[in-house]
Ligand binder design. Structure first.
Ligand code: AMP
Length: 548
């Protein structure tokens, strides 16, 4: 029997219209490239997104066309999020931190017609422009008097385009399964692959962000959006923020600890999101200026940390410094990204703080909409005992079913599971613990050692800024762990001191066979440790335990 409910397509334009109608005054605050602060609100975002849709129509952009951005977190980028997708074109956010050849590859592969860019990237784009096969024009996201002096064909000014366009625009209605945005994953091997989100998948994902055991995003939140708008749609926050009328605070290009602290304070942010490495700058700023800062100025209550494993020491530090609860989440471009979220259960109401930190160091539980399961080498599901670890697979309405233009071929198994490439355990309550990327696990004597666990233990040491663990060849054990440490500025520690500190915190046979000290660690464009590079760098490292 067919139900008798209305058929309304879940479109992003509808989300923005709701924000404008019911949260119109709620602010969007941006720190811009020129250092100024700009204040807008959801009503203005709607008006300007409509002007943008008219401007794009005049430029000849049609349904399904890809429109690229190389831009920071600002109100203009949020306008593009809704204006481009709302008019039925596809917003393609490009990570400007990628290598220039990768950016060229991505822009050509997506066949982007227009590229919108922040002026910080003008020179970069001018260098790439001759190789771009489909570019019809470039739009600088600034005012006329701020236009960059660069050699770019058909260079246009964002504010001029909007000023010349009418704010009257009726959003088109179309199938909710239409593509809304495109993000390329920066795989460590091979070419980047495009994940193509739909209006429907994005709206469903937004509902989840707004649920209490999702991210609990609401109209009462003031959100410092540290995660870039070019990293998996800023984890969906621009859409979810519009859905619930959250205030967005956008730091533009300035992610210094000082600027983050200032924005947290001045905009009374109670919620923030970002990858683990960005917070090191905030901690460093607070530590250096501890005497002159009044931390009661900071109203931060919740943070979402993901993108790579959040060290337990970071979770503890947010609690002790600001009284802020870290929601540790796991996901990937292919899962939109929210998949598992670290909120607590009723039975954890009275657990002591140390136990709670242990729990928060896991990556949370699957949320409704994403099925998660772990599988052994024989392809069979593994027990949920918090010990057995295997390939983590995901499926659900906001999980990718394939890559753009069928790159990489079919990606789902016969049961519809997407193999995430991560290795994890699941415990009896369903808490996920990521032990490694499958290619990063350390295989020692036929058993697996989790590099993330070891990094976590080392990060607890007060003199450690950052830690990485990789497997290094060993004649007897095949591979053994090597711990690579970046010490905190002005602090020193020794190999013996570190190993002694870790003793008892990890299984004896997991203990690193050696420790080396370096000034920096290599990171990918989205802040993940580049273990492939580290393995190359330390390929010839001889472990003191290797007597061969
Ligand atoms: P991306 O598609 O660039 O967002 O990268 C997704 C990958 O980041 C995942 O497959 C994981 O390997 C890693 N990742 C994301 N969140 C976490 C987390 N909380 N802990 C450990 N690894 C994570």
């Amino acid at each position: 029997m067919q139900a008798l409910m209305q058929q309304h397509q879940l479109l992003l334009s509808g989300v923005l219209d709701h924000a404008a109608a019911f949260h119109g005054e709620r602010e969007i605050v941006s720190h811009l490239v020129d250092g100024s602060t700009h204040r807008s609100n959801w009503r203005e975002v709607q008006q300007r997104a409509k002007r943008l849709a008219n401007a794009l129509t005049t430029l000849g952009v049609q349904a399904g066309d890809r429109v690229a951005t190389l831009a920071w977190n600002t109100h203009r980028h949020v306008e593009l999020y809704f204006g481009v997708s709302g008019m039925q074109a596809v917003l393609h956010t490009v990570n400007p931190r990628l290598f220039p050849e990768q950016i060229t590859y991505i822009l050509n592969h997506a066949e982007d017609g227009y590229v919108f860019f922040d002026t910080s990237f003008a020179e970069l784009l001018a260098g790439l422009a001759p190789q771009l096969t489909h570019a019809k024009g470039f739009v600088a996201m600034c005012r006329r008097d701020q236009m960059p002096q660069v050699n770019l064909p058909n260079l246009l000014c964002y504010e001029d385009l909007l000023e010349a366009a009418s704010p009257d625009y009726t959003w088109p209605r179309f199938d909710e399964n239409t593509a809304s945005s495109l993000c390329y994953t920066s795989g460590t091997t091979g070419n980047p692959k495009g994940v193509l989100y739909s209006h429907r998948s994005t709206v469903l994902h937004s509902f989840t962000a707004c649920t209490t055991d999702g991210l609990g995003l609401s109209a009462r939140d003031s959100v410092l959006l540290v995660v870039p708008l070019f990293h998996v749609n800023a984890w969906g926050i621009p859409y979810a923020g519009a859905m619930c009328g959250a205030k967005l605070v956008l730091p533009g290009p300035n992610l210094s600890g000082e600027n983050m602290y200032r924005l947290l304070k001045e905009e009374r942010c109670n919620f923030s999101l970002g990858v683990p490495t960005v917070w090191l700058g905030l901690f460093d700023y607070v530590e250096r200026n501890r005497a002159s800062l009044d931390l009661s100025d900071i109203h931060l209550k919740r943070l979402v940390i993901g993108g790579s494993a959040c060290p337990r020491a970071m979770i503890e530090k947010f609690e002790t410094l600001f009284g802020a609860f870290v929601i540790h989440a796991w996901g990937m471009s292919e899962t939109s990204p929210l998949a598992s979220i670290g909120t607590l259960l009723d039975k954890h109401r009275d657990i002591d703080l140390q136990q709670r930190f242990d729990l928060q160091a896991k990556q949370g539980r699957a949320i409704y909409g994403v099925d998660l399961e772990i599988f052994g080498e024989d392809g069979q599901p593994l027990p949920h005992d918090g010990k057995a670890f295997g390939d983590l697979k995901a499926r659900g309405p906001w999980v990718a079913s394939g890559y753009y233009r069928a790159e990489g071929g079919s990606v789902l198994d016969a049961d519809g599971w997407f193999a995430t490439g991560d290795v994890a355990t699941l415990d009896a309550d369903g808490f996920v613990q990521i032990t490694d990327r499958s290619k990063d696990v350390i295989k020692s004597g036929g058993e697996w050692i989790s590099s993330i666990d070891l990094e976590n233990a080392a990060m607890g040491h007060p003199a450690v800024q950052e830690a990485a663990v990789i497997g290094v060849a060993h004649s007897r054990w095949q591979e053994r762990p090597l711990l690579i440490i970046v010490p905190k500025a002005g602090q020193q520690t020794t190999r013996e001191d570190l190993l002694q500190f870790m003793d008892g915190k990890v299984a004896k046979w997991w203990m690193p066979d050696d420790v080396v000290f370096v000034e920096t660690l290599p990171h990918t464009a989205t802040g993940k440790l580049q273990k492939l590079k580290l393995r190359e760098q330390f390929r010839a490292h001889v472990l003191p335990t290797d007597m061969a």
